[in-house]
Design a protein around this ligand. Structure first.
Ligand SMILES: NC(=O)c1ccc[n+]([C@@H]2O[C@H](COP(=O)([O-])OP(=O)(O)OC[C@H]3O[C@@H](n4cnc5c(N)ncnc54)[C@H](OP(=O)(O)O)[C@@H]3O)[C@@H](O)[C@H]2O)c1
Length: 260
């Protein structure tokens, strides 16, 4: 007798923030591994294109609008995902927003980032996880950030939300102990995605100068979305009987020329 029942097959999965970057790459990786995937984000044209690619490649995917600042949208997203794919076995809470603001920023802007990065993730858990607990199985992965332990200037809401998300995930892992529901944190380092690409040139210059002042830009290596996707897939695919609690992935520094 195995210590634990094996994973069911297939395992329908939700990926939030699937319209770009790490989320899109994760959806592709999960689909290639046999998971039917529900793709969530606001830019549904991108989700439609990605779902079509997954289906053309022999996988199963549906594109569903999701705005994590809107409770009704979150509820509707989960219902449509379940209607389309069946009970959700895997939740990848990946969507995130970061705008360059400081601790004295407009509270409304601060709250909006907290809503997407932290409160939206909790609202998804509220919709998805009780049924996982009843079924006595499931995987939940929170995509956090290295800023959770290494804060950066000009990212006040982002740092607070990601640190909060890690605390939330740790508390949830304790609550889920013995339920068959596994909770994992995947914590990316710097990654080449669309994050930050909407910032003004002036903002980028100010932020980079500040990070240099604080010694935060030690090399210019960055992760590719597909590399982060492999980490998320590994956590979700970990054999039953194990739980990968925290996986931090950092870019390797470019190899120096010459003698060490
Ligand atoms: N890039 C990095 O260096 C880095 C480092 C550490 C951690 N991370 C984390 O990795 C995760 C993925 O980010 P990424 O780097 O892949 O950036 P990205 O390419 O900008 O992707 C962010 C995703 O979040 C979605 N999103 C933003 N606001 C949303 C909202 N209100 N409702 C629903 N979805 C929303 C976006 O979709 P729509 O705009 O279409 O809604 C997009 O799909 C984030 O949690 C980020 O904090 C990134």
């Amino acid at each position: 007798m195995p210590r634990f029942e094996p994973h069911p097959d297939p395992r329908p999965a939700i990926v939030t923030g699937a319209s770009s970057g790490i989320g899109a790459a994760t959806a592709l990786a999960l689909a290639a591994a046999g998971h039917p995937v529900a793709l969530g984000a606001r830019r549904t044209d991108r989700l439609d294109d990605l779902a079509a690619k997954i289906v053309a490649d022999g996988g199963e995917a549906i594109a569903v609008a999701l705005d994590l600042t809107d409770d009704a949208s979150i509820r509707g997203f989960v219902r449509r995902a379940e209607d389309g794919l069946g009970p959700i076995e895997v939740l990848v809470s990946n969507a995130g927003d970061v705008q360059p603001i400081t601790t004295t920023a407009d509270p409304a802007e601060f709250a909006r980032q907290m809503q997407v990065n932290l409160l939206g993730a909790q609202a998804l858990v509220h919709e998805v996880v009780p049924a996982m607990v009843r079924r006595r199985r499931g995987d939940v992965v929170f995509v956090t950030s290295e800023v959770a332990h290494s804060p950066r200037t000009h990212m006040a809401a982002y740092v607070a939300s990601k640190a909060g998300l890690e605390g939330f995930a740790a508390a949830m892992a304790m609550e889920c102990e013995g339920t068959g529901v596994r909770v994992g944190i995947v914590r990316p380092g710097p990654s080449a995605t669309e994050q930050g690409t909407t910032w003004s040139v002036e903002s980028v210059e100010e932020v980079v100068a500040s990070w240099q002042h604080w010694g935060l830009l030690r090399h210019d290596g960055s992760l590719r979305p597909a590399e982060m996707a492999q980490a998320i897939l590994a956590v979700v695919s970990a054999p039953k009987g194990t739980r990968w609690a925290v996986l931090e992935v950092q870019p390797e520094a470019p190899v120096r020329e010459g003698e060490p």
